[in-house]
Design a protein around this ligand. Structure first.
Ligand code: PBG
Length: 329
């Protein structure tokens, strides 16, 4: 046997050659940064389960928005912690609600930031479920009107994109109909189309105070054993008018990202969720892994799988590493 003619190592020899043939790039343009806004906070409060992330008072959001914009980021995704909760989550569609006020504060401080809002009831209901209850059952169809009201009030407050995360059937169509009727035909919907019932949301539920008071979310979020069902969810949301679709979480679902990518022609978003973030933060703080290298690998993997955009708590760090020329080496 002659020595092999092909030698893949030829193109790996130097940083310049590696950069030349790199197939996957990560840019600030692709990152969406989640922000928690807390109606009761007076100071930014660090979230214990998510080191480096804070619950922000509305009054401090303007400065934070300018900081994010100046760091090179283009978009944020808002989650609200209201000052009161009830059975229907009615604090979520108030003109003066926490997210509504936050949108105004960000738009005044940094108008060029794209403001997306999470549309869901779990942060606003006293039982912590993503829809209204009929006994212990989460009732799909009565929830749709409430979600549409919330999305409309976000649009009125100036949200650029609304993102329903509740996983009720038919919510994209319900939101689209109300937005169109009320003069917001141009407000896009980013649907959390394939959202799995996941243990990786654990830290978020502490951050957003949104853990269900009883039971779990398996009667509305997807079963991690299913892949074909994700494609069906995506098809249905697109048919109902979704402008972009999401797969969530990201890392344990890269196969789903790839399959959805091959099927659709709209922007695909992946959510690098709280548990994925905290795993990196906690293990790197302990000195077990190199944080920057690990974040780079995570972001690259999600893009390589086929995501166009990544929602990630690492976004400000990534922006800084890119700016300082420390992202690729
Ligand atoms: C609200 C919502 C959740 C997340 C985003 N929107 C929590 C949940 O469904 O329980 C999770 C985000 C994360 O873990 O970073 N329904």
């Amino acid at each position: 046997m002659a020595f092999p003619i092909t030698r893949p190592r030829r193109l790996r020899a130097t940083p310049a050659l590696r950069a030349l043939v790199a197939e996957t790039q990560v840019s600030c343009d692709d990152l969406i940064y989640p922000l928690f806004v807390d109606a009761r906070a007076r100071q930014p409060e660090e979230i214990a389960a998510m080191p480096g992330q804070y619950r922000w008072p509305v009054e401090r959001l303007g400065d934070e928005a300018r900081r994010l914009r100046d760091a090179g980021l283009r978009s944020v995704l808002l989650f609200g912690l209201p000052d009161w909760k009830d059975a229907t989550g009615s604090s979520s569609w108030h003109d003066e609600g926490v997210v509504q006020r936050a949108i105004g504060a960000i738009k005044r401080a940094a108008p060029e930031l794209v403001v997306m809002t999470d549309v869901c009831l779990c942060e606003y209901t006293d039982h912590g479920h993503c829809g209204v209850l009929d006994g212990e059952h989460v009732d799909n169809d009565t929830t749709l009107d409430l979600l549409a009201r919330q999305a409309l009030s976000h649009a009125r407050a100036g949200a650029d994109i609304v993102a329903p995360s509740d996983m009720m059937d038919g919510r994209v169509g319900a939101l689209r109909a109300v937005l169109d009727r009320e003069g917001y035909a141009d407000t896009p919907i980013l649907s959390y189309a394939a959202k799995y019932s996941s243990a990786f949301y654990g830290p978020f539920r502490e951050a957003a105070d949104s853990a269900p008071a009883f039971g779990d979310r398996r009667s509305y979020q997807m079963d991690p054993r299913n892949a074909r069902e994700a494609l069906r969810e995506v098809d249905e949301d697109l048919a109902e008018g979704a402008d972009m679709v999401m797969v969530k979480p990201a890392l344990a679902y890269l196969d789903i990202i790839r399959q959805v990518r091959e099927r659709i022609h709209v922007p695909l978003v992946a959510y690098n969720v709280s548990g994925e973030y905290s795993m990196v933060k906690v293990t790197s703080a302990a000195g077990f892994v190199d944080e920057r290298a690990m974040v780079r690998e995570v972001m690259t993997a999600i893009k390589r799988a086929g995501a166009d955009l990544i929602i990630t708590y690492h976004a400000p760090d990534v922006a800084q590493w890119i700016r300082e020329g420390r992202w690729t080496d």
